[in-house]
Design a protein around this ligand. Structure first.
Ligand SMILES: Nc1nc2c(c(=O)[nH]1)N[C@H]1C(S)=C(S)[C@@H](COP(=O)(O)O)O[C@H]1N2
Ligand SMILES: [Mo]
Length: 252
């Protein structure tokens, strides 16, 4: 565990933005605390590490801004959607009764959950902004179960470092570190603005983490894997997005 005083955090964060010596400080902190993102290789590696390490040290206990109900956007913007698969259409025709979320990896008891199972746990909500990397955003009320609740149910092993989440949409997957996975605002969402989560917004279930850009909030989640390393997943960069040139860590 990191036990840095707030002053030290500020100093290290400042140092991280203060040029060459700052680079060295952040790089050293990154090494020391394992704050090296999986996509840190290659030409932009240092930059990615810097952003991740300095933001992590500064924001590990912070919450994304929550808004009053009056600020909910009247027309949330659904991003362009790839055509739904036959499997998805079949589940949708059955009102997702056969849909399951499976959880495996470094857990005591791998499990699978129906939407009804997930709804049987205390539901939580937050009114937060979804911000796309392309510049648009909207505010909505997101309803679901904290990811931490599901992780506690299956019992995460102490070596766990990341949670990988996979969409029913082909080739769509991402991952977060345990700090984000256990963050109180990180939800598995089945509801939005008082209704079921619409399919265009990722229903029946999407992950929602308001402290990172919209593309980390992957829709149609059906599989979670807890792991100590991202090397075995795809090209080892931590997400399909990272393989396409987008940063793995996009804290806001
Ligand atoms: N499965 C899946 N999840 C996804 C995407 C996608 O194309 N497919 N787009 C991402 C991006 S880039 C953004 S900004 C948000 C948009 O969420 P919304 O469509 O609910 O507004 O979803 C993210 N999750
Ligand atoms: Mo996006």
């Amino acid at each position: 565990m990191i036990h840095l005083s707030r002053r030290k955090l500020l100093i290290s964060g400042l140092a991280a933005t203060a040029g060459t010596s700052g680079l060295a400080v952040a790089a050293r902190l990154a090494q020391k605390y394992g704050l090296v993102p999986p996509d840190a290789g290659g030409i932009y590696g240092l930059g990615e590490t810097l952003t991740y390490a300095s933001q992590r040290l500064l924001t590990r206990h912070s919450l994304a801004r929550e808004f009053p109900r009056s600020r909910i956007s009247p027309r949330p913007f659904p991003n362009e959607l790839a055509p739904l698969t036959e499997e998805f259409k079949r589940l949708q025709a059955g009102h997702f009764a056969d849909w399951r979320l499976s959880v495996d990896g470094l857990v005591a008891e791998p499990a699978s959950f129906s939407i009804a199972d997930l709804k049987s746990y205390p539901s939580r909500s937050h009114i937060t902004e979804l911000a796309c990397e392309e510049g648009w955003s909207y505010i909505a009320e997101w309803v679901g179960v904290p990811l931490s609740q599901v992780l506690n149910l299956v019992g995460v092993h102490p070596q766990a470092k990341y949670v990988v989440y996979t969409s029913m949409e082909p080739d769509t997957w991402d991952s977060i570190d345990m700090s984000d996975a256990l963050h109180p605002q990180t939800f598995l969402c089945y509801g939005m603005n008082g209704n079921e989560l619409p399919v265009v917004h990722g229903g029946p279930l999407r992950i929602r983490l308001p402290r990172q850009l919209g593309y980390k909030s992957v829709k149609f989640i059906t599989h979670l894997t807890v792991t100590d390393s991202l090397k075995r997943f795809g090209k080892g960069l931590g997400s399909a997005a990272a393989e396409g040139g987008y940063a793995w860590y996009v804290g806001i």
